[in-house]
Design a protein around this ligand. Structure first.
Ligand SMILES: C[S@@+](CC[C@H](N)C(=O)[O-])C[C@H]1O[C@@H](n2cnc3c(N)ncnc32)[C@H](O)[C@@H]1O
Length: 360
């Protein structure tokens, strides 16, 4: 409900980059979440908690940061005001998952407060294992609400049915998926062949297939549950231009030799070990790799956190280039088009996303 207006610093971005920039600002706690985002035909205006520095503006690739009048939304009573502290949690569909351990005696209290504040939350769970194994899944323990781990998550205009214990899914990759899908939609290649090597429930594949309907996506995953959900999600989202295949990419990459214009390699712990397979599946004239990598970078003495991040980005670029060179590709070269932090993985550990062009 609108109550008042306030003049606030904001980011003025082209509409096509709106969601990606909103996610970035939100992640860095720069977005004024109590002010209403506005847009016109060309631009979206994202209200900020403070004016950004020139360095911050250039980091997100934005030139203009004007001030503007925004409607201020009536504040809802915060979880902090109810329970006395701010728990860390993420919401996937109608399931809230506590992402940091809290005192056992307070769990019920926190869970009930979350459900009473957010009527859309029907289950509250906590993590009971790290993400592990080939399927990259984790165990959850239900604290309150319905006894289930299956849900329907909405992201960037797509719907994903998934079971949080049976498949990998991370809602914090929404901005990244939006970015990759936007690139595929803008591609100059006619009827682009996209290969999602580690597709999960189709989070990237479905967004690409929907935003770039002229493309054809091959989505592969070794986890049978992921492929089962992927097929269901294709129907849910009305996309037909995906072929979903269950199996180990190492056993089947030969079937897709010289086929792809664009390859998504979202397996950050070990994507670099699958570079040979990816290069063999790219068309001989080359194409685009969306390469994800996990890097650790502890700040050295006197170093700021953002310097450590820069180091992590450099390490990821070097990993890609070194592994490419070791494969002895003589007729093709690799060019890094963009490298950035996708999300924090742990303190001083980052998922780095690299867009790379492989060229003849
Ligand atoms: C980090 S998850 C990414 C899932 C999806 N791209 C997303 O964004 O939600 C990695 C996925 O790779 C799959 N995977 C792991 N090793 C694989 C392999 N050798 N061949 C095919 N899929 C594999 C896992 O089952 C898991 O679903």
């Amino acid at each position: 409900m609108k109550t008042e207006t306030e003049r606030l610093p904001c980011v003025k971005a082209g509409r096509s980059r709106g969601e990606e920039i909103r996610q970035t600002l939100k992640e860095f706690k720069l977005l004024r979440t109590d002010a209403k985002i506005t847009s016109d035909e060309t631009f979206i205006y994202l209200p900020l908690v403070r004016a950004l520095t020139d360095a911050e503006l250039s980091e997100i690739g934005i030139k203009e940061a004007p001030t503007r009048e925004f409607s201020i939304l009536e504040r809802r009573k915060s979880i902090e005001a109810i329970i006395g502290f701010k728990p860390s949690y993420e919401v996937i569909g109608d399931i809230a998952v506590l992402t940091e351990a809290i005192d056992n005696r307070k769990e019920q209290f926190v869970a009930q407060a979350l459900m009473s504040l957010h009527k859309n939350i029907k289950v509250v769970a906590k993590r009971s294992s790290p993400v592990e194994g080939v399927f990259r899944t984790r165990k959850l323990e239900i604290i309150a609400g319905e006894n289930r781990t299956e849900t329907m998550h909405k992201e960037n205009g797509c719907r994903y049915k998934l079971d949080l214990e049976k498949v990998y899914f991370n809602p914090r990759l929404a901005g990244e998926r939006n970015r990759v899908a936007a690139q595929a939609a803008r591609s100059s290649v006619n009827a682009e062949e996209v290969l999602d090597m580690f597709a999960g429930v189709g989070a990237f594949s479905i967004q690409v297939a929907k935003r770039a309907p002229q493309s054809h996506v091959t989505a592969i995953d070794i986890n049978p549950d992921a492929i089962r959900y992927l097929r269901e999600n294709m129907k849910l989202n009305g996309v037909r231009n995906i072929e979903a295949i269950e199996g180990d990419i190492r056993d089947m990459y030969g079937n897709f030799k010289d086929k792809a214009d664009r390859i998504i390699m979202n397996l950050p712990k070990s994507a670099y070990l699958f570079l040979r397979e990816a290069l063999s599946m790219l068309k001989p004239q080359g194409g685009i790799l969306h390469f994800y990598d996990l890097e650790f970078a502890y700040p050295e003495e006197g170093e700021e956190k953002h310097d450590a991040l820069e180091r992590a980005i450099t390490q990821a670029k070097e990993k890609l280039i070194t592994n490419f060179q070791e494969l002895g590709e003589e007729s093709r070269s690799v060019e890094i088009l963009e490298a950035r932090k996708v999300k924090a993985y742990a303190p001083y550990a980052y998922i780095i996303g690299i867009d790379a062009a492989i060229r003849k």
